[in-house]
Design a protein. Sequence first.
Length: 452
Amino acid sequence: MKKISRLASAFMAGVLSLSCVALFSSCGNDASNSVGKVRYLNFKPEKAKEYEELAAIYEQQTGIKVFVDTAANNTYESTLAAKMATAEAPTLFQINGPRGYISWQDYCEDLSNTELYKHLSDKSLAITYNGKVYGIPYVVEGYGIIYNKAITDKYFALTNRAVSENSMEEINNFKKLSALAQDMQKHAAELGIKGAFASTSLKKGEDWRWQTHLENLPIYYEFKNNNVDLTSDATKKITFQYADNFRNIFDLYLNYSTIPSKNTGTKTVTDSMAEFALEECAFVQNGNWAWGQISGVAGNKVKSENVKYLPIYTGVDGEEAQGLCIGTENFYAINSTASEADKKATEDFIYWLYSSEAGKNYVTNRLGFIAPFDTFAENEKPTDPLAVEILNWMSKPGVTSVPWNFTLFPSQRFKDNFGAALLLYAQGSKSWNDIKTDVVNDWYKESQAISN
């Protein structure tokens, strides 16, 4: 970094001394008394305007310059590689999970002692290696089984129902969920629904809820229960140990649905969400981003107060303590090759973003993030009903969230092949044993292709 003049340095230090007292105690100058700058390579092109506005506000309040560069859609990694080789290398960038850290480990600063990390609500979400923190999640999302409480309440009011549970709060494992779904299907006419679950969208390109999101569950349990280091080569092989658990819930989706399983190849995610919105079903698997899809359906009947979440139960031992699938593909990393002043300025900027009134307002209301930090008061959190549910599940005592291990999936081709196989299975033309074999072989093949 070019040294600024003594006069400019003294002036900026004066500005900063006033701003830092008001904004955050961690702010300060480095040993050389130079003022750092922040250069952020933004991953989200749809949020470029908001980040540029934030940069202007931050400069106005602190005097610190924040440069925002935004990568175009699907070009982040190549843009980052190009930028790192220039004098305008980002001081703040994004890594995409453990694999992203491995790719960029030579540029990742240890963030263990940063203020932002200290306020991370669930520190297990951070990217760590050898006891150090190299990536801090800046937004979390979640997914599970969305249900309509109005319909489930109607079911529990039936005098001739088969299940003994009296509310959804008592449904805490696959056995109970399966019995509930099967009996709801039997009472479909009384409940005014076509099926317990929305249609399973297996049309090509519409199958990500199963080949990625649902597949996350068995992969999570396999890695967790075998103590696999997620930053090691051990993730390049799987045995699909929990394949039958995947099949448990997938069969439930297929067999107790609004449509016959043979028709799943024509269905899209939009179709599934419309069925839920029009109260043709009680359950649908999707993430917190789905509220807009539900509320935006013409003729939507689902009230926001009735939109609730249930974890995706598959029959794994101890799943009564399982929560929703919570995670992110978005982790802040600070460039370890930047100057000390720039690294300090960058640390201060991201803490300000998630601790100051102006920053938090942008995070919640303009960026639309569910922020995983304890710096947010109740009235500063999202009001979207599914986002509220995500936060509620994250704070439930004795419940462990399932992290997004699908960031470790070897390739898009692996996921596409799996999705195509699931369609054949749904249509009755591929056996489950063949699918298990294909998944194991495909995972290894694609992992090797990346390595080479």
